[in-house]
Design a protein around this ligand. Structure first.
Ligand code: 5GP
Length: 209
């Protein structure tokens, strides 16, 4: 296979909670060695089954504030009363090595990255098939109290307002199809001319031979 050097993609997935973003991310990551999840920091408490350092880095508020102050986060935002942020560490090295990073972040974080890293980004908004289905999924997650589910349903409306700020929209009414669509987007984004830093050399070689 002809391997042309390229810069990695910052693939951003956003959605209202319950739209299936986490399931889609896991399936993508499990089947693609070149894609790694950016593990965010958060001040939220772990849900049962969540592992520190895998799902999130769970930290307290003073530590979070310190990371903000020292410029160690690429973006950060408050979501549902908790702080979340994306560690900068390691991201640039991965991109420079031609490897991709998946960011599961909200619209506020995406807006910040649009300002600081536009040319590296490919952003996807995942839509649920219906509001009723969204609510059902939030309830079957069953880890959050009714009050938390209610708050997240209210938040879903606000998150939905931002779909137009994204490069792509995927409707998750069929999980396999949605995953295939996200995969296709990633494949196409990897092929963007601007990211393929090795093409000039490749064409130079073609000319010489
Ligand atoms: P949850 O508490 O359900 O894990 O996440 C709540 C929301 O916070 C989700 O929409 C998720 O995408 C978003 N989120 C998770 N990590 C980050 C982050 O590092 N930055 C931003 N801006 N949002 C995040």
């Amino acid at each position: 296979m002809t391997d042309v050097k390229r810069r990695g993609v910052m693939l951003v997935l956003s959605s209202p909670s319950g739209a299936g973003k986490t399931t889609i991310s896991r399936r993508l990551l499990g089947a693609d060695d070149d894609l790694k999840l950016s593990v965010s920091v958060t001040t939220r408490a772990p849900r049962s089954g969540e592992v520190d350092g895998v799902d999130y880095h769970f930290i307290d508020r003073p530590k979070f504030d310190q990371l903000v102050r020292t410029g160690e986060l690429l973006e950060h935002a408050e979501v549902f009363g908790h702080c979340y942020g994306t560690p900068a560490k390691g991201v640039e090295a991965r991109l420079a090595a031609g490897q991709d990073v998946l960011f599961d972040i909200d619209w506020q974080g995406t807006q910040q990255l649009q300002h600081t890293a536009r040319s590296d980004l490919a952003t996807i908004f995942i839509l649920p098939p219906s509001v009723r289905e969204l609510e059902r999924r939030l309830h079957i997650r069953a880890q959050d109290s009714d009050a938390v589910v209610r708050r997240r349903m209210e938040g879903a409306g606000r998150e939905l307002d931002h779909w137009e700020e994204y490069d792509y929209v995927v409707i998750n009414d069929d999980l396999d199809r949605a995953i295939n669509e996200v995969r296709s987007i990633l494949t196409a984004e990897r092929l963007r001319r601007g990211r393929r830093t090795g093409v000039a050399d490749y064409v130079g070689d073609l000319r010489r031979t």
